[in-house]
Each structure stands twice: as C-alpha cells, then as structure tokens.
Ligand binder design. Structure first.
Ligand code: URA
Length: 237
C-alpha cells in the first residue's frame, strides 16, 4: 500500500492532509531522514513528528471499562471510544468493540479492527467463556447454580434456552458466573429469572485472558500470544 494511504488509514488525516505532512518534512525514518510519499520503507521505521506510527491493522486492545460509559459510537454521554486516542476512532478498517458491555457493567472489554477475529470471538460455537462477578440485591436462594447449569433456562422474549452456565457462589450476595453466550443483558436477566437483581456487574475474563491489574479506564494493545489466550480455556479458580 502507498505510504499516503497507509498513514491516512491510521487516522492521521485525509490523504490530502498526509500529503501535506510529507511536504512539510514531518514524516521521517528512524534516523530523522525525511521520507517521500513514494518511498518504500519498513513500517517500524516510519516516524510522524518523531513518533512511531500507531500499530498497523490487525489491532486488538483490551480496556478496563469504567461504569457509566457506553459501548457505542454515537450515543449521548461518554463513550468507550472517548477513552482511546482520537485517531483510533477514524482508522480504516474501523476499530469496534467485541460485543458490548452495558453502560452499568465494568471490566474487560475487547476492541479489534479485524472483523474475522471479532466474529470468531463472539460466535456461540466458539464457546469462549466470559466470566462475570455480580453483587446481588438479595441473598442467593441456593438453587441458582442448578438452574443456570440446566441448559433449559428460557429468558423472557427468547425462543432458545440458554446454554449451560457455571455459578460459583462467593458470598450470600456475591457470585461469579461463567457463560459462553453473549445475549442481550444476559447476566442481569439470568439473575432476574432466579428472582434476584444484579446491583453491580464486572467482567473479569474472556477465555484465558484476565482483566488482571489494568486500572479502570485504561487500555493496552494485546500482543499475539494474548490474543491466542482468548481462545484458551479459562484457568480454574
Ligand atoms: N450481561 C449483562 O447483563 N450485562 C453485560 O454488560 C454483560 C453481560
């Protein structure tokens, strides 16, 4: 791909803007030598205003999503994309969230610009386990684990029962739920079906990729070995 198009696609501006960056000598190699639009150089050596280029397409990010921000491009209020560098919102191919977390759910949120990878992660047949920790309004009754594991729980307005899910009780009103699907408000609706109400919800892992100690509101790019871990079984807790 021509350098102008490549750099424009990373969100540095229109092709006209990027042509102007070349003309102004702001695009150089790692030694500070001015590059020209027709040069053929290795990606890693390109600098814009002395800074390395943003990562190339094939980008995968994880974020510790805060409460109160929406997984949308244009809802009113704060958006998850506002927590990323502005250039990341105008890249081509576009960077999208991998599924969604509710505005009132925090924790591990993935983004990618790789459509095939996105579908591999969210496809029900991929069986990627998502683990959530929930704080509940009422004490657990004791039969929720069996209900969620049954494979017969039918949520209101749905035609297909939920796939079996695993409940770990952490306290009278505190539980960890592992699910392999990503239905609308799934965890909240599961507890509602068991006569309870979720007061707070956090996603702590996707596959074997854990949120870890990533601070709330922060994000980082995933190296290939961590992307692969999304498809690995979550370790037993
Ligand atoms: N289930 C929910 O109810 N909400 C989320 O954000 C994710 C899973």
């Amino acid at each position: 791909m021509k350098l102008v198009k490549l750099i424009a696609n990373l969100g540095y501006g229109s092709r006209k803007d990027v042509t102007q960056l070349f003309r102004s000598g702001r695009i150089t190699d790692a030694d500070g030598e001015v590059l020209y639009a027709d040069d053929v150089v290795a990606y890693e050596t390109i600098r814009v205003d002395d800074e390395p280029l943003d990562p190339p397409p094939g980008l995968v990010l994880m974020m510790n999503k805060p409460l109160g921000v929406t997984c949308s491009r244009k809802d009113p209020g704060r958006l998850v994309y506002d927590l990323l560098p502005p250039r990341y919102s105008v890249r081509s191919p576009a960077l999208s969230t991998v599924g969604r977390l509710d505005r009132d759910t925090s924790g591990l949120l993935l983004f990618t610009d790789d459509g095939a990878l996105l579908h591999r992660i969210i496809a029900p047949k991929a069986q990627v386990t998502k683990v959530y920790e929930a704080t509940l309004a009422q004490d657990l009754r004791g039969d929720e684990g069996q209900l969620f594991a049954s494979g017969t729980l039918l949520l209101e307005t749905e035609k297909e029962p939920l796939a079996p899910a695993v409940l770990d009780v952490l306290g009278p009103r505190h539980a960890r739920l592992s699910v392999t699907e990503g239905r609308y408000h799934q965890v909240r609706r599961m507890f509602a079906a068991a006569g309870n109400h979720v007061e707070s919800l956090q996603r702590i892992s996707v596959g074997a990729l854990a949120l870890g100690d990533l601070p709330v509101g922060e994000w980082r790019a995933l190296p290939p070995e961590e992307v692969v871990s999304i498809f690995a079984a979550a370790p037993d807790r």
